[in-house]
Write a protein that binds this ligand. Structure first.
Ligand SMILES: *Cc1c(COP(=O)(O)O)cnc(C)c1O
Length: 406
């Protein structure tokens, strides 16, 4: 059948309609701020979705890109290149993991983690392939990582799902133990559930998972796509739990705005052989050169100390705001924090904030998430807290006005 499409009005763009976006078009960014087409400035606490760990347009990234762009862009994954070798060395030195595979997105790194676990199960556990994942967990948007994701409603998006991802309850060890069977090969989680509303795993829970994995011969997989790269105040979030994963994935902050992700594994889990995993853009020197430059900045005591100090400042400021307006819990780690605002007020607050030059995110209707750049200054955090106070205050005021009239 022939479908007639109405001609879109001239102002409309032809990007596929996959997300509800404001009309504002952003044209530049510098540090903590982004600027739109008519020159308005916005304090940005979304930062490319916890991606821009060094803020907008950092000089170190621009320099690495410029240098590498005129040196070697892409020799193909079939040949070695120095930036990939160097970045892999840096990551191995900085972490408890032993080998690295680079990819371009968090979902792609997680696909690699799933494949690695399944291959390991084929070799070591008589074909066991199930990976226990969690309600409200988030692992990406490929078909397999959507199946590993525990976002409500996502199981019926594109049926059928990829089988083999039973869901346990986060921070409930008994719910995990109950799912372990002969087909189980791994347990996969985010140390802090980001998209699920910034819910940190409890230390006892993570330690319990490690014990379960050791007892049953399973792999522990940490999806640190959001929590890694200094976001939570240590270079990797697992370092705060006294537990080491067998497999870890990184993304978001690793390229500080440039698309690069990584799959890391301990030696005993490195079972890929030639042909098992690959991709055209995997480990290309352009993005790896950026990763090297970014990691050199992140992996220093001064940088991590700033993330911890600004995280503490933000957390304390959020607690004051929560107390002033009788809101809910403040939770998270480092500069990945959330404020429970209750009801379904968060999207309206995000909209009010944006109209007044402040970019925020609501991962759920009842909470706000804060992901400022990791090199934020004390003044920038203080400015954001003032803006947030006014946004919530104005929202309260309007709600009371309306309640009086209705
Ligand atoms: C963002 C995210 C992903 C997906 O990364 P993409 O780069 O969007 O594919 C996976 N896991 C976690 C925990 C994330 O926050």
């Amino acid at each position: 059948m022939h479908h007639l499409h109405p001609t879109p009005p001239k102002s409309q763009h032809v990007l596929m309609n996959t997300v509800v976006r404001p009309e504002t078009v952003f044209v530049s960014g510098r540090g903590a701020y982004m600027y739109d087409e008519i020159g308005l400035a916005y304090l940005d606490w979304v930062q490319g979705w916890a991606v821009n760990c060094l803020g907008h347009s950092p000089d170190v990234v621009a320099a690495a890109l410029a240098r590498q762009a005129t040196t070697l862009l892409n020799p193909s994954p079939a040949y070695l290149n120095r930036p990939a070798m160097n970045l892999a060395q840096q990551l191995v030195r900085a972490s408890a993991l032993d080998e690295v595979f680079f990819a371009s997105s968090g979902a792609e790194a997680n696909e690699g983690a799933i494949k690695l676990a399944r291959k390991w199960g084929k070799l070591n556990r008589a074909g066991a392939h199930e990976i226990i994942t969690f309600d409200n967990g988030y692992h990406g948007r490929t078909i397999a990582t959507m199946s590993a994701t525990g976002k409500p409603g996502w199981d019926v998006y594109y049926p059928p799902q990829v089988p083999g991802f039973p869901k346990a309850v986060f921070n409930d060890l008994a719910s995990v133990a109950a799912l372990i069977g002969p087909q189980t090969v791994a347990i996969m989680l985010e140390p802090v559930q980001g998209e699920g509303g910034v819910r940190p795993a409890e230390a006892g829970f993570v330690q319990g998972l490690r014990t379960l994995c050791d007892r049953h011969g399973l792999l522990l997989i940490f999806d640190e796509v959001q929590t890694g790269c200094a976001r939570t105040g240590t270079l990797f979030a697992y370092q705060q739990y006294g537990v080491e994963p067998d497999i870890m994935t990184l993304g978001k902050g690793l390229g500080a705005g440039v698309p690069i992700s990584a799959l890391l594994a301990k030696r005993h889990a490195c079972v890929f052989e030639p042909g098992d995993q690959g991709g055209t853009f995997c480990g290309n020197p352009l993005v790896c050169a950026v990763g090297e430059a970014v990691l050199q900045v992140l992996d220093t005591p001064e940088f991590l100390a700033n993330v911890q100090a600004r995280g503490k400042q933000l957390r304390e400021g959020l607690r004051e705001i929560s107390a002033r307006y009788a809101l809910g819990e403040v939770r998270g780690k480092g500069l990945l924090l959330a404020l429970e605002v209750g009801g379904d007020d968060a999207p309206a607050m995000v909209e009010t904030a944006r109209q007044h030059g402040f970019l925020l995110n609501a991962p759920r209707n009842h909470c706000l998430r804060f992901m400022p750049t990791l090199n934020s200054t004390a003044d920038e955090i203080a400015q954001g807290l003032v803006l947030l106070d006014r946004v919530i205050g104005a929202h309260r005021f309007v709600k009371r006005l309306v309640a009086d009239v209705m």
